[in-house]
Design a protein around this ligand. Structure first.
Ligand code: AMP
Length: 219
């Protein structure tokens, strides 16, 4: 199965994608994580991506599309994947359709997680990430046992540079899924809206229920 998680930043897509990937045994492809890794490695891709990420803007399509195509060519992506943060533009959506079609595959479902701006700004400005294992914490909803330390690997918790309120507002301006992107999936009945304002477990339950429904029709 190839699943897509769509939605503005801060709707818990990353957390949900990890849970679903684990539950369904799917590969998790998160373009934001891939760019952050490239930035950490200080590769050519990382240096280019950073200049956009720091401003809360999207990395250009041709760069992002090439990176994802390379990733889905790896053997571990052959049976399916859950895409998190990709596609974010109509161009990327079309490229993904085409790349999967060449491999005799297709997107099975696009899950659109929704939330209001107020909820998003509150969530993102309280979010902390482990620099060791990538685990996500939140000041209110999921505080670590020990301040600034990861419960799992003892790594240091850091706030993402682009989770600062001014950048969050920019990200929201640039990164709400466009009407065209949503229509791309809605027009062919592949889009399911999921309310992302509930608690994490409720959202996971709704996402899994939507996926199960699709699985039944695919079989
Ligand atoms: P995320 O972790 O998904 O919020 O992504 C962090 C940043 O990486 C975004 O603000 C963009 O600058 C960049 N990025 C991630 N995914 C994409 C994408 N599909 N297209 C363009 N830029 C992206």
């Amino acid at each position: 199965m190839y699943l897509i998680l769509l939605g503005p930043p801060g709707t818990g897509k990353g957390t949900q994608a990890k849970r679903i990937a684990e539950r369904l045994g799917l590969l998790h492809i998160a373009t934001g994580d891939m760019f952050r890794e490239a930035v950490q490695q200080d590769s050519e891709l990382g240096r280019l991506a950073k200049s956009y990420m720091d401003r809360g803007e999207l990395v250009p399509d041709e760069v992002t599309i090439a990176m994802v195509e390379e990733r889905i060519d790896q053997p571990d992506a052959r049976e399916g994947a859950i895409f998190d943060g990709y596609p974010r533009t109509l161009e990327q959506a079309r490229a993904l359709d085409e790349a999967l079609r060449r491999r005799d595959k297709a997107v099975d479902i696009a899950l659109h997680v929704t939330a209001s701006d107020d909820v998003i700004v509150r969530r993102l400005s309280g979010r902390w990430l482990c620099d060791g294992c990538g685990e996500i914490y939140h000041e209110q909803h999921r505080p670590p046992k020990q301040e600034s330390k990861c419960d799992g690997c003892d790594g240091q918790l850091k706030q993402r540079a682009d989770d600062k309120p001014a950048v969050v507002r920019e990200r929201l301006r640039h990164q709400r899924p466009s009407v065209e992107l949503l229509a791309h999936y809605r027009d062919r009945d592949d889009l399911v809206d999921i309310d992302g304002e509930g608690d994490i477990d409720a959202v996971t339950r709704d996402l899994l229920a939507a996926i199960e429904k699709i699985k039944a029709t695919v079989r």
